[in-house]
Design a binder for this molecule. Structure first.
Ligand SMILES: Cc1cc2nc3c(=O)[nH]c(=O)nc-3n(C[C@H](O)[C@H](O)[C@H](O)COP(=O)(O)O)c2cc1C
Length: 323
């Protein structure tokens, strides 16, 4: 019997994987089954960023999209969950992995991993009261991977929709490599098989991981997709000719560019936003460094469009074509 195709979830990457990006990749390269959107922050006044709420609305998304919340406060989480529910969304995710000290020092993101007692109270409360199924995305710890040991029995006792693990600790940020030794130790301790996330950049990386972890069927990919948007479809067996790859990439880029320009005041921050996109997209080309430099030099939208025209005359990287 043929094995079930893997489920691929687009990871949240703040500043990049908003609905404009998610829709652009869904319409062109495809291969992604669902997405988790970058986090929304909460405050005690209950004010929320309207643009971010609209970004996850089902009407604005071609992919099933889960909204993510960055908070340590159950009431504030539930307030967002209620709004998501009214918007017709299906799931709400708690960020338990954000590594940045500004966030973690305030007990949010990976900061939640250092205080199991408070985190247990938070998770118990939100899973009991949330109008939507709750999922979590976490690291192995903030300062040490031993922090997860105390959290697993708590997690096993809760009614969570899913658990996604990025096997780094917060202090690493995105440096070094994923810690598969500790991931191997923790994996069998979970009653529900977690989703895996981290450092899958090629089809080969993916195949290695599926061999190592045959029980895992849900895979979350972030930077690997941003650097090669064909990757999810290549994992699922699609092979691209140079021309086909270039055409898809050109269409995807045009949709992202036009999407940003059509936003209210879209022109004001356009060059910065596109620079962030190209810090990843430039890896699709053989001369990555030259391409990103060209984008960074653009000082106007016209200048930017000229740079892009030049870029699409350059060679697609062989490693992108191969996946
Ligand atoms: C610039 C940047 C922004 C990110 N924003 C978020 C976010 O909003 N929420 C979240 O849970 N993770 C966020 N992440 C983490 C990614 O979702 C993912 O866990 C991480 O990049 C590892 O997966 P990868 O190796 O497939 O990229 C971010 C990562 C980066 C590099």
């Amino acid at each position: 019997m043929p094995s079930k195709p893997p489920t691929i979830i687009l990871a949240p990457i703040r500043g990049v994987t908003n609905s404009i990006y998610r829709n652009a990749i869904a319409k062109t390269f495809g291969g992604i089954d669902s997405a988790v959107a970058p986090y929304i922050t909460t405050n005690s006044q209950g004010t929320l960023n309207i643009r971010q709420l609209a970004d996850v609305h089902p009407d604005a998304n071609l992919l099933p999209t889960t909204g993510q919340v960055l908070t340590k406060n159950a009431q504030e989480f539930l307030h967002v969950a209620q709004i998501y529910c009214e918007q017709g969304m299906q799931e709400v995710n708690l960020n338990m992995g954000c590594p940045y000290p500004m966030v973690a020092n305030r007990g949010k993101g990976s900061g939640l991993l250092t205080s199991p007692k408070e985190t247990k109270a938070l998770l118990t409360d939100i899973t009991k009261k949330s109008p939507l199924p709750v999922s979590i995305k976490l690291r192995l710890g903030r300062h040490s991977s031993s922090e997860l040991e105390l959290l697993i029995p708590i997690i096993n006792n809760l009614n969570l929709h899913s658990i996604t693990i990025h096997p780094r600790i917060g202090d690493q940020l995105y440096k070094g490599s994923v810690d598969l030794k500790n991931f191997n130790y923790y994996l069998p301790l979970f009653e529900k098989v977690p989703y895996y996330n981290g450092d899958i950049f090629t089809v080969n990386d993916f195949q290695k991981m599926t061999k190592l972890y045959p029980t895992i069927i849900q895979w979350m990919l972030g930077r690997g997709v941003l650097c090669n948007p064909a990757l999810p479809s290549q994992i699922k067996g699609k092979i691209y000719s140079v021309q086909e790859y270039k055409t898809h990439l050109q269409q995807m880029h045009s949709q992202i560019r036009d999407g940003f320009l059509n936003l209210e005041n879209g022109k004001s921050d356009f060059l910065n936003k596109m620079r962030e996109q190209w810090s990843y997209l430039s890896y699709c080309f053989e001369s990555q460094h030259k391409i990103f430099k060209k984008i960074k030099k653009a000082r106007s939208i016209d200048h930017y469009n000229d740079a892009v025209q030049w870029i699409f005359e350059q060679e697609i990287a062989q490693k992108s074509l191969n996946g």
